[in-house]
Write a protein that binds this ligand. Structure first.
Ligand SMILES: *Cc1c(COP(=O)(O)O)cnc(C)c1O
Length: 384
């Protein structure tokens, strides 16, 4: 064998600078900032993904996830990927070709669920509401009766609009018609009341970078007994190898069999973020999110900025603020970033150019951020 080192092409070998980022305050629809405890957990020394010590930590993370979701579901794990990976995992595992899947579409993320369900061969039916509105239990009940779906998918907290779907009666309706209830809790988990078992939710997912305040890249997923039963009854293999929970479940379950290498340090970070939530207590955390959101809502209205969603359905973690007539939404976003290092976001779809999306999520839901943001927006409007 020839051991001489071959000549390398250095065309792409650029020299770059060491990372040096502006200290942004992330008050958009995610990611949110995370605190130093999470940062330290992320940079902890590495251990193997099958190390007995890591397995101990895995169990703790699962238990803390059950707490934040208020569920006893045995199958409760962090998926290696962002919220969309856990979102896709629910459908990849529980949809078989031809299954009727009914999705409530009242914003962007309902459409994404439809797109994913179609890719797994579902017979997708949609019910629509305007962006910013929510469904009544009667509307859901009628649609279930009409379509007789195997799965009903709803977005609990629609990040595209700032509306929160009330969950009373919906789970019971699903049980009556033997339909599985799938709930997106990405922007509500850790920021607004979520009671999976009380609401009879069968499948749910979330993200790490919204109200959990952990970097993006790991995503909670939970499957209740009825969803697991459907998964075990499948006649066809799960059509996505990476997200096949019959395989991933063996790593998170008793067997601890290798499927893919868990992102070890992301798991440390998530565990720390969940520990912080447990220390604060869900009730206090929800109260804090609501208190700071209310201060933001009042402050915005005082400076002549209206709110898109009715107070009754308004999300505490994400506010859609109406752009005043004659104001360039993008210019204000740019001004806040340039002059205050604050990130807020515009909107898309029917709300594009009409609202700003402001997130007060997890670690960022604090009074000082509200006061600063209101002053910064006022300055931006005066400068415009
Ligand atoms: C952010 C978000 C997702 C997707 O999460 P990613 O981490 O961006 O993949 C899904 N649903 C809702 C409601 C979200 O806000």
């Amino acid at each position: 064998m020839d051991h001489r080192i071959p000549v390398v092409d250095n065309k792409h070998r650029i020299t770059t600078t060491q990372l040096d980022l502006p200290p942004r305050l992330l008050l958009g629809p995610g990611p949110s900032n995370y605190c130093n405890r999470v940062r330290l957990a992320l940079s902890t020394n590495e251990i193997g993904h099958l190390d007995p010590k890591f397995i101990e930590l895995m169990n703790e993370t699962q238990e803390l996830l059950r707490y934040v979701w208020q569920t006893d579901n045995k199958f409760t794990i962090p998926v290696s990927g962002t919220g969309s990976a856990a979102m896709e995992a629910t459908l990849a595992n529980c949809v078989e070709p031809g299954d009727v899947v009914l999705i409530g579409v009242n914003g962007y993320f309902g459409d994404r669920l439809c797109d994913m369900a179609l890719r797994y061969g579902a017979d997708v039916r949609r019910i629509h509401k305007a962006w910013g509105d929510v469904f009544t239990p009667d509307e859901i009940g009628e649609a279930i009766e009409q379509h007789r779906p195997v799965i009903l998918g709803l977005i609990h907290a629609e990040t595209a609009t700032g509306a929160m779907q009330p969950m009373d009666r919906i789970g019971k309706l699903c049980r009556e018609f033997d339909c599985l209830l799938l709930l997106d809790t990405v922007t509500s988990l850790g920021g607004a009341p979520v009671f999976l078992d009380r609401w009879h939710v069968d499948m749910a997912y979330s993200g790490s970078q919204k109200c959990i305040s952990c970097p993006p890249g790991i995503a909670p997923l939970t499957l209740g007994p009825r969803a697991i039963e459907k998964l075990n009854r499948r006649k066809t293999k799960v059509a996505n190898w990476y997200l096949d929970m019959t395989l991933v479940g063996k790593y998170w379950g008793a067997e601890r069999t290798y499927h893919h290498t868990a992102p070890v340090n992301m798991n440390f970070a998530l565990r720390e973020a969940l520990r912080i939530i447990a220390e604060e207590g869900l009730e206090h955390r929800w109260e804090r999110h609501l208190r700071n959101a209310k201060a933001l809502w009042e402050g915005l209205e005082e400076i002549g900025i209206g709110l898109h969603v009715d107070e009754e359905y308004r999300l505490p973690s994400l506010t859609a603020a109406l752009v005043p007539d004659g104001v360039d939404a993008k210019a204000v976003i740019g001004y806040l970033l340039k002059n205050y290092n604050i990130e807020i976001s515009g909107a898309f779809g029917p709300l594009a150019g009409k609202v700003w999306r402001i997130g007060l999520m997890g670690h960022n839901s604090r009074k000082e951020n509200v006061v600063l943001l209101l002053a910064a927006i006022k300055d931006a409007l005066e400068a415009a």
